[in-house]
Design a binder for this molecule. Structure first.
Ligand SMILES: *Cc1c(COP(=O)(O)O)cnc(C)c1O
Length: 362
């Protein structure tokens, strides 16, 4: 009996993506070995935190970086840093901003839940979320009209969770904010092209270490040296309950180094083959579609196309099976159930095809 069985926890087939709720990623053996080494050692944590941050910054093309417990912690720390700088009294007063500028601008269609409400990350850090525009329409005039003396930063959310039309582009936001000296913070939690964001002109970017990078439960805040320093300084304040351990620090370093060296074509070919196999299997019993990513990343998925009612039933059927299968549900209202190839292991595709056949044979 393995430990998960002893704990009475089921293994699931993750066909959903890099989902925090399903364990995000499985770790490479080199990452596991690095974490085991750290687990057996004492180190000066501040030194390790700083060194890993410096080296990861070099890998991803940023001035400096700080390692966090996740992208969500990263967003809170970026907001805190933009309100307090490195001033210890102000850091320790948060979430009271002591009357200093604390308005954080965010496009109305970016006020999403990533599993929790993103505006709460602003409030935890002493910021006041100030939505601009409407949920489906934001103009440059909304942004320039909202800029004033109490604005501390602009938070841009790069995600499939946001409204994908009618929003200002990252380029527009950076250009306008630079003109008005407003720092731009990006939540790029699940993005695959890290350098695109560190090199975008934004002041700080938050990534999830467990998503595209495939590391342990961690995150990265990368960007302007003085602001990264101000993020680190939050460890004497709201950063303390978000503190990260030595195992995760070295695990993320190893994962990031491998991620930046990865063979993109080989990984894409593996995913294309898995999608082809799923489409061929599903095709025997139901209409299918090859799906592009909702947020424009280079990810393709296999889609089962039916009506909205059947799609919801299929999702419930797959989740209740043994092993439970978690497909991607973002398009269920359109009758589409999607299967993400990235997290699938050997043998998963055969099980998924068999369960989809079983559903349509009922
Ligand atoms: C996943 C996600 C987060 C949270 O990331 P963690 O690393 O789990 O803290 C925040 N924002 C967005 C847009 C996400 O997709």
């Amino acid at each position: 009996m393995d430990l998960l069985e002893q704990l009475e926890v089921q293994r699931v087939i993750n066909a959903s993506g890099r989902m925090t709720a399903l364990g995000v990623s499985t770790l490479d053996e080199d990452v596991i070995a690095a974490m085991a080494l750290a687990a057996r050692s004492y180190v000066d944590i501040d030194q390790l935190q700083r060194q890993v941050g410096t080296k990861i910054a070099q890998l991803i093309g940023a001035e400096d970086s700080m390692i966090t417990t996740g992208a969500a912690a990263g967003v809170a720390l970026m907001v805190a840093a933009s309100i307090t700088g490195a001033d210890l009294t102000r850091i320790q007063a948060l979430p009271d901003a002591m009357g200093y500028p604390n308005t954080i601008l965010i496009q109305a269609g970016h006020q999403v839940s990533y599993g929790a409400d993103i505006t709460q990350l602003i409030r935890i850090a002493g910021g006041k979320p100030h939505p601009i525009g409407s949920v489906n329409s934001v103009s440059e005039a909304h942004l320039t009209g909202a800029i004033g003396p109490n604005v501390a930063a602009f938070l841009f959310v790069q995600s499939h969770h946001t409204v994908q039309k009618g929003m200002l582009s990252l380029k527009q936001v950076i250009s306008l904010c630079q003109t008005h000296n407003v720092p731009v913070l990006i939540d790029a939690a699940a993005e695959e092209d890290l350098v695109r964001f560190t090199g975008s002109g934004a002041d700080l970017v938050a990534f999830s270490g467990g998503k595209a990078i495939g590391g342990p439960t961690t995150g990265i805040v990368a960007g302007r040296r003085d602001l990264v320093e101000a993020c680190r300084a939050q460890n004497a304040g709201i950063g303390r309950p978000m503190k990260i351990g030595k195992e995760a620090l070295v695990g993320l370093y190893t994962a990031t180094a491998k991620y930046m060296q990865r063979n993109v074509e080989a990984e894409q070919a593996r995913c294309t083959q898995l999608v082809d196999e799923m489409l061929a299997g599903f095709d025997q019993v139901v209409k299918t579609e090859r799906l592009a990513d909702e947020a424009g990343r280079g990810i393709e998925r296999a889609g089962v196309v039916t009506d909205a009612g059947k799609a919801a039933e299929l999702v419930a059927f797959l989740r209740k099976g043994n092993p439970p299968i978690y497909p991607r549900t973002h398009l269920v209202n359109l009758g589409i159930v999607a299967f993400d190839p990235r997290p699938l292991g050997d043998g998963d595709v055969a099980v998924i095809i068999e369960r989809v056949h079983a559903f349509f044979a009922r």
